[in-house]
Design a protein around this ligand. Sequence first.
Ligand SMILES: *Cc1c(COP(=O)(O)O)cnc(C)c1O
Length: 370
Amino acid sequence: MRTPYYQYDLGILEETLKAIRRNTAGHPDWHVHYAIKANANPLLLKLINEYGLGIDCVSGGEIQTALDNGFPASSIVFAGVGKADWEIDMALKAGILCFNVESEAEMDVIAERCSALGTTAHIALRVNPDVDAHTHANITTGKAENKFGIEIPMLMPIIRKARQNPCFRFEGLHFHIGSQILDMEPYRLLCRKVNELQDQLEEEGVKINSINVGGGLGIDYENPEDNPVPDFDGWFNIFRDGLRLRPGQQLHFEPGRAVVAQCGRLITKVLYVKQGTIKKFAIVDAGFTELIRPALYGAHHKIVNLTSNGPLMKYDVVGPICESSDIFGKDELLPEVHRGDLIALMSAGAYGETMSSCYNCRPLPPAVTL
Ligand SMILES: *Cc1c(COP(=O)(O)O)cnc(C)c1O
């Protein structure tokens, strides 16, 4: 098979989906929407659909992909700070479950499009809870300085406006504080903020049908073999114990990375071993065109030599792209590397294939399942 390519282990995906089902089975009011931006490969979507998850979208293209892959419109929620008019129209025509609205200006446009199309929309307001997820700066989303959501001091007048407009059914509140969150404290803090806000809104006579706590659960990038299934038990427990939901209230979740990251790896071949004066480089045929997380977030994926069991030696593992940031690992200890060895970049199922590009006129990577 031509390298580089993505390889997905559907067994690991299924174990992960079972962990989600185990936690949600006793809660008919809980709804899990998989954040499709993490991975939109149809082979994965098919299994995710079979386990009854809905979809969280951030673009019209994602809505179309979800529909094309058999997810019912009634399972789709739609977030994003910059929804274009055609994307709003598409969502309205499809009849999605809920728009997660990120600004008053966006709400006005959705109302306009509803009138133009003679339809109505279920909306929730995305709240910026000013909670620090303590994750990488580029993937924290719930601080006042981030572009996402509506800040709490500005919320009430917008809720009032939403409730007065006959185009809308006001569903409730949406939150999403960041990504790759392993410390559960930010989620506890989020629960406290949600509880406080609910109490406040209740005093103002606002009824909340649904709370959406977003996604962000992290995964173990350094020991994927030991921890193939993320801590969904711990994560769901935080909300089970921490949120004071009212009777009949619906609770929505939007995990992306945690569902698919561990089931995928990027397989690449060593093209050259280059000895420098101070470094040895293993030059592989994958670059940030296939897996951009190291270049974009300073992320590290565990690197495994699938071919060699020679003595351990140190390498910088680098790609072929004409950019200095095209590095997968520095001073990696690997069994002696030779031209032609196959290398696996582990935990690459999330934000890997979906973020791949054609920079340098490279072809997009194919994918296979195990
Ligand atoms: C990206 C995103 C998610 C999923 O985040 P993960 O860190 O992959 O779990 C959930 N909700 C919204 C609104 C998002 O933008």
